[in-house]
Design a protein around this ligand. Structure first.
Ligand code: AMP
Length: 291
């Protein structure tokens, strides 16, 4: 695994890889790596003739005022160690400096815009988050020009917006691989932010997944989605430690909330703030037409 900080050096590496017939597969992260991130590298390596480039960059523009940009964990030495121990580490670990990424300054306009979807669910709680996220990923895409990029299903709204960006701005020239969410033994989706949970918060956190599974089961058994959601919301909201932000069902193909008559593939989204730590998760399932 080659450690690369500079843009010129990265371009040289990419040129050599492309000249030797490799496919560039890109895995963006903010570091503080856990098994979820490592599974993305594994997915990336499954691409034929893959030349895997992982980035670690804590992107300032996707954090709002008062969010955890300053305290976001930065653990580069141990990240490098964990990656080096993999059977197949990335070919390149790219860790650019903020000044190089934002050469025009952090206040320069961000593009592309996230539109209406940028201000619902995660976007409502975190204004500007998706503009920052789309900006940094498109900056990386322009620089790296990957054939394939790998993202986790855990961040459903991010993935939806990225697929739309690849369609609109990159002419579908990049294949997006959606890697499944990696969970702890109690099904809590792994996250770099778990280290900030108290032991009570950590004990409560698996309720997110449990509530989603309960909603799925109830709908599959014939209950109306609105009723199943209302019941689970009450359950999640009863906990003094946790503040439910949203629990919602969206049509997977449009990311619009569904009504009770809907049938098709849905995503159930949840966001809860536990101990001041924002936890999100989702599951995908199918709602059958009534018999
Ligand atoms: P982050 O470093 O948290 O910004 O995430 C970088 C990438 O890892 C994104 O594509 C995330 O969706 C993905 N990711 C984060 N947590 C998980 C997880 N538990 N399982 C699978 N992918 C994940």
């Amino acid at each position: 695994m080659k450690l690369v900080e500079g843009l010129a050096e990265l371009r040289d590496e990419l040129e050599a890889a492309k000249a030797s017939g490799k496919s560039v597969v890109f895995v963006p992260t903010m570091g503080a790596l856990h098994e979820g991130h490592l599974s993305l590298v594994e997915e990336a390596n499954l691409v034929q003739d893959a030349f895997v480039v992982m980035s670690i960059f804590v992107n300032p523009t996707q954090f709002g005022k008062g969010e955890d940009f300053e305290r976001y964990p930065r653990t580069l030495p141990s990240d490098i160690e964990v990656l080096s121990m993999l059977g197949q580490p990335p070919a390149v670990l790219f860790t650019p400096a903020v000044e190089e990424v934002y050469a025009a300054g952090l206040d320069a306009p961000l593009k592309p815009r996230a539109g209406a979807l940028g201000s619902v669910f995660e976007g409502l709680a975190r204004p500007g988050h998706f503009e920052g996220m789309l900006h940094i990923v498109s900056w990386f895409f322009e620089l790296i020009r990957p054939e394939v990029a790998v993202f986790g299903a855990k961040d459903a709204q991010q993935l939806f917006l990225l697929k739309r960006m690849v369609h609109r701005e990159f002419n579908d020239s990049i294949e997006i691989i959606e890697a499944k969410t990696i969970r702890e033994e109690d099904y809590l989706a792994k996250s770099s932010r778990h280290r900030f949970l108290s032991s009570e918060g950590r004990a409560f956190a698996p309720n997110l997944f449990a509530s989603m599974v309960q909603v799925q089961e109830e709908i599959t058994e014939g209950q109306l989605p609105s009723a199943a959601l209302a019941k689970a919301r009450t359950m999640l909201d009863r906990q003094p430690l946790a503040k439910l932000d949203y629990l919602a069902l969206v049509d997977k193909s449009t990311f619009s909330p569904i009504g009770d008559g809907f049938s098709g593939e849905v995503q159930l989204l949840v966001a809860v703030v536990v101990d001041g730590v924002r936890l999100i998760d989702n599951i995908t399932f199918y709602i059958q037409e009534p018999a």
